[in-house]
Design a protein around this ligand. Structure first.
Ligand code: ZN
Length: 207
């Protein structure tokens, strides 16, 4: 009887098509031939393909700087984030996520230089995505904390998704980035008198 049962199970499993794949690295997997390096500081870990050393260094420095001068405007926290630089992409974009804590920057800028603005593409990504890192770092309070206690980072994502509308994340983003990078003159006149970050970065961040 046991033999028949095992035989039956073996038959069932032999019909199943199981595929095993290696763990993909990020949402946009680069070829396995890419050699990855990292800059690992107490504030950020930038993971990048060989050859992007200077950009990775700059992104690590910009992220650290933004944590020091702007995190206080949203609650004071900027958790350490993993940032992966992908240089074999064609769509200019980036994202920040939890579970796991990571961000990917797609380093190829858009082809239309008129839509890129006056900033370097990597600065643009670092400044924009950094605000999302700060949002996730600070939106883990009150009732959200109950969700994250039971479900970890997935719980925080769920609670944030229920309570914080997407437009709020973006509007908050635009507000800070306007005053950081000297855009939106009419909107943010008091702020541009305080700081012009793009010029400040050129002077203070090497690379
Ligand atoms: Zn965004």
């Amino acid at each position: 009887m046991i033999i028949i049962r095992f035989g039956f199970l073996f038959f069932i499993f032999s019909l199943a098509v199981l595929s095993l794949t290696a763990q993909s690295f990020g949402g946009n997997p680069a070829p396995a031939s890419v050699t990855w390096k990292q800059i690992n500081t107490d504030r950020v870990r930038v993971i990048f393909p060989e050859g992007l050393d200077s950009q990775a260094n700059r992104i690590a420095n910009v992220t650290k700087l933004l944590g020091e001068i702007t995190a206080k405007t949203i609650g004071g926290r900027q958790d350490k984030w993993n940032i992966i630089l992908q240089n074999q992409t064609t769509i200019p974009n980036a994202y920040v996520r939890l579970a796991p804590v990571m961000s990917e920057f797609y380093m190829t800028p858009g082809q239309n230089s008129f839509s890129n603005g006056s900033l370097r593409w990597d600065d643009n990504l670092a400044i924009h995505e950094n605000r999302h890192m700060q949002q996730f770092s600070n939106f883990n309070k009150g009732f959200t904390k109950v969700f994250s206690f039971f479900l970890g980072q997935e719980g925080q994502l769920l609670a944030n998704g229920i309570t914080v509308p997407d437009y709020f994340l973006k509007v908050m983003q635009c507000g800070r980035n306007h005053w950081l990078v000297y855009m939106g003159v009419a909107v943010c006149l008091p702020f541009i008198m305080l700081i012009n970050l793009s010029g400040w970065l050129e002077k203070n961040i090497p690379g």
